[in-house]
Design a protein around this ligand. Structure first.
Ligand code: ATP
Ligand code: MG
Length: 336
């Protein structure tokens, strides 16, 4: 759906080209929620703005379907951009216009002249984002979460097939973040929109994304399904993001359990395995003892998962590990 082919981007500053994105290729599939996570200055906004040509690449191609966005200019580019909605951290609403007028704005820009049709579409969008009662308020009279809902309605006005979200929840408190993420997930599911979402929080990725790319100083250092990246982060930057989302657990090699006797293991369960009593069965059958050092059961989007850090003792540990792996549980040995 969205393909970056050998894309790179430099900004010209004081006569010098400063690289913001090193050459990369990446594919974002139709209908998925794709997350891009990275620290400030990593190049996230640059990457997402390449999709709708708010930034032009210094080299390479960006293809949406069969359309080479880099080849478009003028009316053709404007038409292609109408298929791409965008929402922003600071909402970017028109402060002198009401909620309804803000949402109608892109419809008018796209040449909508039929007032009744515009009204009907605005009403539909207001319902979709849960703001029907607030249609005639001005942005200054709304909470942050409500402002972002206006931003989402406005981005959806022209029935885009792609929604770009640049730190859309970064200015919101955790509860409001959750409700805006739920809305984005619902839009993705019901309208079959492809969503590209930038964030610096792994928890946002965990809640709504299907796949994720980790950006570090202009380089994609890791990408894959959220479950793979979240449960088994490889790159140091990814590990730091994951451990921020799991503060009670040290993700990565710095395991503070050196003083604990036994073999230190991390078990990861996904999907149905999360609910079956496999650990109990295996430890009984192999006659090993264990104590739990850390653990959690949660969800990665709709996928239940569990992660347990254990110390295991006894002659049967190797047999236990084999039996756990045979049962589909991912086992990592952190120390022995
Ligand atoms: N218009 C510009 N001109 C020159 N340099 C720029 C421009 N826009 C971005 N940069 C530089 O490119 C790099 C990547 O910036 P970008 O805005 O993509 O980062 P980001 O990951 O979105 O950061 P943040 O999380 O702070 O929004 C930074 O070093 C930034 O200073
Ligand atoms: Mg940014």
């Amino acid at each position: 759906m969205i393909r970056f082919v050998d894309v790179h981007k430099s900004y010209r500053v004081d006569g010098k080209d400063i690289p913001a994105l090193e050459p990369f290729s990446l594919e974002i599939a139709d209908g998925e929620v794709f997350g891009i996570i990275g620290h400030s200055g990593a190049g996230k906004s640059t990457l997402i703005r390449l999709i709708n040509m708010l930034e032009r690449p210094s080299g390479g191609q960006i293809l949406i379907g069969d359309t080479d966005m880099t080849a478009l200019t003028g009316p053709a580019l404007r038409a292609a951009r109408q298929r791409i909605g965008m929402i922003f951290q600071h909402f970017n609403l028109l402060s002198s216009q009401t909620v309804a007028e803000n949402i109608a704005f892109p419809l008018r820009i796209a040449g909508g002249k039929d007032s009744a049709a515009i009204h009907a579409r605005v009403d539909e969008l207001l319902r979709r984002v849960g703001l029907t009662e607030h249609a005639h308020k001005y942005p200054s009279q709304l909470s942050g979460g409500q402002k972002q809902r206006v931003g989402i309605a406005r981005a959806l006005a022209n029935n885009p097939s792609i929604l770009l979200c640049d730190e859309a929840t970064s200015a919101l408190d955790p509860q409001t973040t959750a409700s805006v993420l739920d809305l984005l997930a619902e839009i993705n599911r019901e309208l079959k929109l492809t969503v590209v979402l930038i964030t610096h929080e792994m928890d946002v990725v965990r809640r709504v994304c299907d796949r994720v790319a980790v950006l570090d100083a202009g380089r994609i250092v890791e990408h894959g399904t959220v479950a793979d990246v979240f449960l088994h982060p490889r790159h140091a930057t990814t590990r730091r993001f994951v451990s921020e989302a799991l503060p009670e657990e040290a993700a990565g090699e710095q395991v503070p359990y050196q003083h604990v006797p036994g073999r230190i293991l991390r078990l990861s369960f996904r999907g149905e395995a999360t609910w079956s009593p496999t650990l109990g069965r295996v430890t009984r059958e192999t006659r090993v003892d264990f104590n739990i050092l850390a653990g959690r059961i949660d969800r990665i989007k709709d996928l239940p998962y569990g992660q347990l850090t254990l110390a295991m003792h006894g002659d049967g540990v190797d047999a236990a590990l084999k039996a756990l792996r045979d049962a589909g549980i991912e086992v990592e040995e952190l120390a022995r």
